[in-house]
Design a protein around this ligand. Structure first.
Ligand code: ZN
Length: 345
């Protein structure tokens, strides 16, 4: 399956994703979904609309503990409150979270049935901080992990997840750190919430070498990400030979974002999307909205990144600037990963 400029785009979204809302101001707010949808509207590709149906217990229990799911449902039933210091819920949060996770499975099914080469879940709440047994960081269920596990249950032998949200995808890492079938690569600002994602976190057990963390210092920009992609991300994602690529697409590494101090722009997200397509031209790709808290940056970046996934020729050129800190991270990874990826880096 090779992409043409008219490649179609399978989309899941639903009004319930705006009904999950905080009682006062919170950066993870319903207006974010409108911004993402305005970005989607700027992408010139035929659409296939998929239902945002609720995830089943079987689908969720592949990555979450059944006791957590029971506890969460009971806690969310018709009330409003906080699950931790920054993770709120209201009377619509249960339905929104369950439909986001079910929509994640619909995206995977559409991709595996070749109904479209690119699929997008534009949903709230986001997911990548959610642990097997605990909500955190605005996340109630781990949508992208549910998607990856769904693909595995459908018989996909290898899945790659690239997480370019500015925060470490600690939940997704915790879920797959022992699973050699799922490559997890996170690029994130460090130090920053949630505090994990050190370069020496490489997975565990049979999954050793299949968790990759690339921390970036404050002020890093798209050229630094391009360098990391060229030196580490693209060679490993290619060597893993995934049959499905999933992107934890947060846009809070954008220079305008209030929650981080990285300096990416919309073109940098487009470049990363296009570079992944170029590395894996025949592999379907799922796009899962995570963070991104400046509405203008979010709209522009969703338009740019999704546009580049359906038509990689749209992305601007970007060259690494040979940042010595990025080179040091790449060198460390090259050394520590050699036993698991001989000759790949
Ligand atoms: Zn984030």
């Amino acid at each position: 399956m090779h992409l043409s400029p008219s490649a179609s785009l399978a989309v899941v979204s639903d009004p319930v994703f705006t009904a999950h809302s905080p009682s006062g101001f919170h950066p993870e707010r319903p207006e974010r979904l409108g911004a993402a949808l305005r970005g989607l509207a700027r992408v010139g590709a035929p659409r296939v609309y998929l239902p945002a149906r609720e995830a089943t217990l079987e689908e969720l229990a592949r990555v979450h503990h059944p006791a957590y799911l029971e506890r969460l449902q009971a806690r969310l039933a018709g009330r409003a409150g906080m699950l931790d210091g920054d993770t709120y819920f209201n009377a619509h949060s249960r339905e929104a979270a369950w439909r986001a996770a079910g929509g994640a499975c619909e995206v995977v099914d559409a991709l595996l049935q070749a109904r479209a080469p690119v699929g997008a879940l534009l949903a709230r709440p986001p997911g990548h901080h959610c642990l097997p047994d605990r909500a955190m960081g605005f996340c109630l269920l781990n949508n992208i992990a549910v998607a990856a596990a769904h693909a595995r249950a459908r018989g996909v032998p290898r899945v790659a997840i690239v997480d370019w949200d500015v925060h470490h995808g600690n939940g997704t890492q915790a879920i797959f750190e022992r699973d050699p079938a799922v490559l997890f690569v996170s690029l994130h600002e460090s130090p920053l919430y949630p505090g994990s994602g050190h370069v020496n976190e490489l997975g565990a057990g049979d999954g050793l070498g299949r968790t990759i963390n690339l921390p970036f210092q404050s002020g890093s920009d798209g050229r630094d990400y391009a360098q990391a992609f060229q030196e580490v991300v693209l060679p490993l994602v290619t060597a893993h030979r995934p049959e499905l690529l999933l992107v934890s697409a947060g846009f809070d590494a954008h220079a305008r974002d209030p929650l981080s101090s990285l300096k990416l722009d919309a073109g940098a997200f487009a470049w990363m999307a296009s570079a992944l397509r170029g590395a894996l031209p025949a592999v379907p790709v799922g796009f899962f909205l995570e963070g991104g808290y400046d509405l203008t940056a979010l709209e522009d970046s969703v338009a740019a990144a999704l546009g580049a996934l359906v038509d990689p020729t749209q992305a601007p050129a970007l060259q690494g600037r040979n940042n010595h800190l990025v080179s040091a991270v790449a060198r460390t990874l090259r050394r520590s990963l050699e036993p698991y990826w001989p000759g790949a880096l």
